[in-house]
Design a protein. Structure first.
Length: 141
């Protein structure tokens, strides 16, 4: 699934493209909290899962490199139950050119039974361009 974010009007550049991370070295199933995705209402407690997204330029004129390198904050952030989650960040380059940056959280032990709230924020050049706030019930299998 691709989801374009950003503003073409700002600086005359194309927006970055939010790309859901399709491949991951993490174990367990992928949980997608992107607005409009098929986020489940119920998951098995204590089962491994992961959440991850990547930002990549939508065209050669997109200045993703400058946005990331100059601290303007093209990134994904995740909170679970109001607490920030540490994300593993990976950058992909072609020569000296940054072509994507991915962020992933792996929950190897899963989560305890009960309701858990996932809040995601996607930034392009330091501006929030997309948010997600979902509650999922984790139940004993």
């Amino acid at each position: 699934m691709l989801f374009e974010v950003g503003s073409r009007a700002r600086h005359g550049r194309s927006p970055a493209t939010l790309v859901t991370a399709a491949d991951s070295p993490a174990t367990g199933s992928r949980l997608d909290i992107l607005p409009g995705s098929a986020t489940p209402a119920v998951l098995a407690a204590r089962e491994p899962f992961w959440i991850g997204y990547a930002l990549a330029p939508s065209g050669p004129e997109t200045d993703l490199e400058a946005s990331i390198s100059h601290g303007r904050g093209t990134k994904f952030e995740l909170d679970v139950d109001g607490e920030p989650v540490r994300l593993d960040v990976t950058e992909t380059r072609e020569g000296d050119r940054l072509v994507s940056r991915s962020a992933q959280a792996s929950f190897q032990a899963g989560l305890s039974p009960g309701w858990h709230r996932f809040s995601g924020r996607w930034y392009v050049a330091g501006r929030i361009v997309l948010t997600s706030d979902v509650a999922i019930e984790f139940v004993e299998p």
